[in-house]
Design a protein around this ligand. Structure first.
Ligand SMILES: [Fe+2]
Length: 296
């Protein structure tokens, strides 16, 4: 069983927080929390205080990724497992916990992507006011499956798969290979969502994060969002269906240069019975997503 129960939040750093504020409502269709400040934007997508955060800064990359742990005992046990694996684990300060809107957390640097991972207890829920999409969207499937997934760059994707499965109990959903090249990506689950975390090897990737995916409630939400992004010239791929999670989706760029994926209808996994799959990337296996193999 995974030490974490779901992806709770992704926070980035940006040189353009006002641009992100506009983007969050106009493009993502999300809600900017009233708790936001000039140098820290909190973006709501469901009943959590925030799912996306943007801090003022200059590197336009991911700052940290938050993962729910189900209990204090689970938090301590995960910290002990990391420590035993030789990973430095630090307890977040009360100020940092208040900033994340969690009761407490520990953090470590992912040895494969260099991204700060935060294991959090008690990420704040906001029951009222209810989340209201900023444009005509039906909303997002999150709940127990978490906010979606995050895909990070890593050179050693097989090492990352070993680390997250052996130390933190993630399950490997599948490996993607490029014919005649070798392993290219690994997709990991911590609940019924096909993948909450993935690592992709793209030599010379310009940052640590590639994309964050949100699962829309309706297929039309993907279509309308695609039209809107086409109008603005910010699509990163065409629409398509993925080989592995079967999601119908497309990718689009944010003001920091990394990407979001809005997807509908993914298949789920049963973490108790799932067997890791392996598949080849290439033409003829699925359709669409033109531009994906060039997306960094
Ligand atoms: Fe994705």
């Amino acid at each position: 069983m995974a030490a974490v129960s779901q992806l709770s939040y992704v926070v980035g750093t940006s040189s353009d927080v006002p641009g992100w504020k506009k983007y969050a409502t106009e493009v993502l269709g999300l809600e900017v929390s009233r708790d936001s400040e000039d140098n820290l934007l909190y973006v709501r997508a469901d009943d959590r205080h925030h799912r996306i955060g943007v801090r003022a800064g200059h590197d336009d990359d991911v700052a940290y990724v938050g993962w729910d742990v189900p209990s204090k005992a689970a938090l301590e046990s995960a910290a002990a497992q990391l420590d035993a694996a030789g990973i430095a684990v630090t307890t977040g300060t009360p100020e940092e916990a208040a900033d994340r809107r969690v009761m407490e957390f520990v953090h470590f640097v992912c040895p494969y992507s260099g991204v700060r991972m935060e294991l959090v207890l008690g990420h704040e829920k906001v029951f009222l006011p209810k989340f209201r999409p900023a444009r005509d969207l039906a909303g997002f499937n999150m709940g127990e499956a978490g906010m979606g997934h995050v895909v990070l760059y890593a050179e050693d994707i097989l090492g990352a798969a070993e680390f997250y499965s052996r130390v933190l109990g993630f399950g490997v959903s599948d490996f993607a290979h490029i014919p005649k090249v070798g392993p290219f990506a690994v997709f990991l689950h911590c609940n019924a969502r096909h993948h909450s975390l993935a690592f992709m090897h793209i030599p010379g990737a310009p940052r640590k994060i590639q994309h964050v995916m949100f699962e829309t409630v309706t297929m039309d939400d993907v279509g309308h969002s695609y039209d809107l992004c086409l109008d603005r010239g910010i699509t990163s791929t065409s629409t398509g269906r993925h080989h592995n999670d079967h999601v119908f989706s497309f990718y689009f760029q944010n003001p920091s240069g990394w990407h979001f994926e809005y997807g509908w209808g993914p298949r789920t996994v049963d973490p108790e019975t799932w067997t890791a799959e392996n598949y080849l990337l290439g033409p003829g296996f699925a359709w669409g997503h033109d531009g994906l193999m060039k997306m960094v």
